[in-house]
Design a protein around this ligand. Structure first.
Ligand SMILES: Nc1ncnc2c1ncn2[C@@H]1O[C@H](COP(=O)(O)OP(=O)(O)OP(=O)(O)O)[C@@H](O)[C@H]1O
Ligand SMILES: [Mg+2]
Length: 299
């Protein structure tokens, strides 16, 4: 029978980006870039966010593409951020149709109509991308934030460096663990995502995974869920110290609910660990599967 350690290794592997998915992402990037460049002055564009840092979970949705606006688009900077979002939206609707395109606070989402099966597989295709209009300012970027009504600063380079440092300090297990907790966050058994935005999970993991890799996934998960529950009410600033706090999106009621769900996850983990101690491996696998969702293997 599959050991818990092997199950977690398999689970981790299933959440890793593979070559086919990267090819599909890069093909979609080129396709969207080629189109956007016919409508706006784009100096360059690149895949970024959790996708580029390898902290995105499966299925691959909302892959961020920064579109760096050129000099002839500078007029947008003095306008409300909603204007550039509206204009990107209108342009993308012309190409992809209204049903596939959605305005968001900091980007426009394009859905490629990919079907996600019951096992969360997509035949190695990415489901959607977030097109983010941006201005490059020396070594950081400005992106529109409709909710705040202003352009906010961000530095994806710093986020990437911090993730890499955390990963290395954790015996190269940190990113895998972050993807797993993000997968738990997406589990359809929750009526809504316990934690939002899911970037907050990564930001909290920069501090909440400490003391070094202990060598056992089940114990790491139990401790991490407990620590996340303890610290969900803390203020979590942008790790690059530029943008608004990452914890700004949840009000107290939402945080309270997140705390309860995280505590429940930690309790489930304790139960799973106890099953193994009593020789009930199959039971333990089923608990983890229920906690995470269909990509956690039972065999
Ligand atoms: N409040 C913020 N201030 C500064 N930069 C931010 C802020 N929120 C997000 N970012 C940057 O923008 C990127 C894209 O944001 P997004 O919410 O899509 O997160 P993500 O890390 O890509 O996670 P997900 O896996 O949910 O897509 C982040 O990876 C981060 O680099
Ligand atoms: Mg993203």
């Amino acid at each position: 029978m599959l050991t818990i350690e092997d199950a977690f290794r398999k689970f981790k592997k299933r959440l890793e980006l593979n070559d086919k998915e990267q090819q599909n992402a890069s093909r979609r990037h080129s396709e969207v870039r080629d189109y956007i460049a016919t409508k706006f002055d784009i100096s360059r564009s690149f895949l970024t966010g959790s996708y580029a840092r390898h902290t995105k979970t499966k299925p691959l949705k909302d892959i961020d593409i920064f579109f760096v606006l050129g000099d002839s688009e500078l007029h947008y900077k003095s306008k409300s951020p909603a204007i550039v979002i509206d204009d990107f939206y209108a342009a993308l609707v012309d190409q992809y149709g209204q049903a596939a395109v959605r305005k968001q606070g900091r980007s426009v989402n394009i859905d490629f109509g990919v079907i996600i099966d019951a096992e969360d597989n997509t035949d190695y295709r990415i489901v959607s991308v977030d097109a983010v209009p941006t201005f490059e300012i020396q070594d950081y970027y400005q992106i529109p934030d409709v909710q705040n009504g202003k352009w906010i600063n961000t530095n994806p380079e710093v986020h990437a460096k911090k993730a890499t440092a955390a990963h290395q300090a954790y015996s190269n297990e940190w990113k895998g663990i972050v993807r797993m907790v993000k997968y738990w966050n997406n589990n359809k058994t929750h009526s809504q995502k316990p934690i939002k935005p899911s970037f907050l999970i990564e930001v909290m993991a920069l501090e909440c995974l400490y003391g070094g890799w202990g060598g056992q996934f089940d114990r790491e998960m139990q401790a991490l869920f407990a620590t996340l529950a303890d610290r969900i009410f803390d203020e979590w600033p942008d790790p690059a110290g530029l943008g608004p706090a990452i914890s700004d999106n949840m009000d107290n009621a939402y945080k309270q609910q997140a705390r309860e769900l995280l505590q429940e996850a930690s309790n489930q983990a304790t139960i799973a660990i106890d099953h193994v101690r009593r020789g009930r491996n199959g039971e333990a696998l089923r608990v983890w599967r229920e906690l995470f969702g269909p990509k956690f293997p039972l065999s």
